[in-house]
Design a protein around this ligand. Structure first.
Ligand code: 6GU
Length: 228
């Protein structure tokens, strides 16, 4: 999978994909992330990419021309499955959206700034608008990093143990169960005995019950959320 990110603050996206699982995904050739500086595409002087809103009001708006030129430049090179705009008024990111996007070949992600981007770009270029929650960030970059991470780890071959994405919270509309590691007795706090009983069926049943309990307590809305 190839992901092209267009940003006015590309430095913000320098590090997030250079560690841990995202680094491994790129080293294995399963994921390519290319960050582009929107200012490189502006036809205006001094790298201008934003201007005052028509009709007045506070804040600046990202101009259509630099965005159109940046998107078209990429689209000349290859076909993109989605042109995504990161915006707090987009659809809220959920696991099933990440699952779906992880199957795509090429994605463009546009990071918004200021008061947003000219509406005509949203109407004529953008195919998907994503938010990462009901709060406002100062720009779309950190949200884009969240989306790339959520997608990237799902690409087949990225995780070492292929089943480990399947046991994530949310993959079955359920939160994940508690986990424990050594020592079995830490400061007198002992792990549940059943985890060392040696019977994988009993362990699975316990984990399922704990996951169910945790979901009922914390996120009852998830249970049966996608049943038909
Ligand atoms: Cl995608 N962008 C911004 N600026 N704020 C957000 C967001 C995105 N998602 C939640 N808050």
């Amino acid at each position: 999978m190839r992901i092209d990110i267009i940003s006015v603050v590309p430095d913000l996206l320098a590090s997030p994909f250079e560690h841990s699982i995202m680094k491994r995904a790129q080293q294995r050739g399963l994921l390519e992330v290319h960050v582009h500086n929107l200012r490189d595409f502006t036809p205006y002087k001094h790298g201008q990419v934003d201007d005052y809103p028509f009709g007045g009001g506070a804040g600046m708006v990202m101009m259509p021309e630099p965005l159109a030129l940046a998107i078209e430049h990429l689209q000349q090179e290859r076909k993109y499955d989605e042109v995504i705009f990161m915006t707090p008024d987009g659809i809220c990111l959920e696991q099933k959206i990440a699952n779906n996007l992880s199957l795509k070949e090429n994605l463009i992600i546009i990071c918004g700034h200021y008061k947003g981007i000219d509406q005509r770009i949203r109407e004529h270029f953008i195919t998907l608008e994503i938010s990462i929650g009901d709060y406002v960030l100062s720009g779309g970059e950190l949200a884009a990093a969240v989306v790339v991470d959520a997608i990237g780890r799902l690409i087949p071959g990225v995780l070492n143990d292929e089943t480990s994405a399947l046991s994530d919270s949310f993959q079955d509309d359920m939160l994940a169960p508690p986990v424990y590691t050594r020592p079995a007795d830490f400061r007198g706090w002992k792990i549940p005995e059943i985890l060392v009983c040696g019977d994988p069926k009993k362990v699975d049943a316990w984990r399922y019950e704990e996951a169910l309990k945790r979901t009922q307590e914390r996120r009852p809305n998830l249970l049966g959320a996608h049943e038909d």
